[in-house]
Design a protein around this ligand. Structure first.
Ligand SMILES: C[S@@+](CC[C@H](N)C(=O)[O-])C[C@H]1O[C@@H](n2cnc3c(N)ncnc32)[C@H](O)[C@@H]1O
Length: 241
């Protein structure tokens, strides 16, 4: 932990060459060396996960999918509400991160949580529609994000809730009252994150707002460790109407 762990993560972010013929292989080469350090560093980089998870409506006996759930950190953020759920499935395409999630599940003795190695763009829940779907910082890593969202829409029950938190940039001329980012922000962040195959988009948030009934939309800035800049992120909660 601490500085050594941060240095390992920073080294991997800056120098690991992402290899692989498929998206899944590329994710695995990117994350394999940093899976053990993932949570400590991302806690300071991936802002808004706590707020998004706290605002989720988690029904008694409900079923939930955490798509691109990685190490399963979001399950902890549910706190006491986790026990209410019939099931929480953590869907991810990266075996190393899911191995950490499995350790977390075993360590906490969560009988209603399980991991599934699957692609968000093709995944269908095996036991029918669910009540809640979340994406935390995964949409920007899914090239066919629109297919993943279509899958999530189909997987949700009518009245079910979607929660998304992620990096983004605004459109050049966003529809009011949405925030407008400067030319520098709209150029810098996609370039900076693009190095690690993270693609902040001007289109995720408008897509979500057009498809779901908006319950909450926050557009914020979050500090990036070791960088004197703040990156734009949003929190979106919506319902399938
Ligand atoms: C930045 S991590 C976020 C992990 C976790 N949600 C969190 O908040 O810490 C992005 C995650 O998306 C997953 N991912 C990327 N593309 C995916 C896909 N097509 N299907 C499933 N998971 C995917 C990655 O493996 C990774 O775990």
């Amino acid at each position: 932990m601490g500085l050594t762990s941060d240095l390992r993560v920073l080294y991997n972010l800056a120098f690991t060459r992402v290899r692989g013929a498929t998206h899944g292989e590329r994710l695995e080469t990117f994350y394999r060396a940093q899976a053990g350090d993932y949570d400590a560093f991302r806690r300071r980089l991936l802002h808004g996960r706590e707020e998004m998870m706290a605002a989720l409506d988690v029904p008694e006996g409900g079923k939930m999918l955490d798509v691109g759930g990685g190490t399963g950190y979001n399950a902890e953020l549910l706190g006491d509400r986790l026990a209410r759920l019939q099931s929480l499935r953590i869907i991810d395409l990266c075996p190393s991160l899911l191995a950490t999630a499995d350790e977390r599940i075993r360590g906490n003795g969560w009988a209603n949580v399980q991991t599934t190695l699957a692609d968000a763009t093709t995944y269908e829940p095996p036991d029918g529609p669910v009540d809640v779907v979340t994406f935390s910082y995964s949409l920007t890593m899914i090239p066919n994000w629109f297919q993943a969202l279509e899958r999530a829409y189909t997987a949700l029950k009518l009245g079910g809730m979607i929660g998304v938190v992620d990096f983004y940039v605004s459109r050049k001329w966003p529809a009011p009252p949405m925030r407008r980012h400067s030319n520098f922000q709209r150029f810098f962040w996609p370039t900076w994150f693009g190095h690690d195959n993270v693609f902040p988009s001007p289109d995720h948030l408008p897509w979500l707002q057009s498809r779901f009934q908006t319950v909450k939309r926050d557009e914020c800035l979050g500090k990036v460790p070791y960088l004197m800049l703040k990156a734009p992120y949003y929190i979106f909660l919506g319902r399938k109407a």
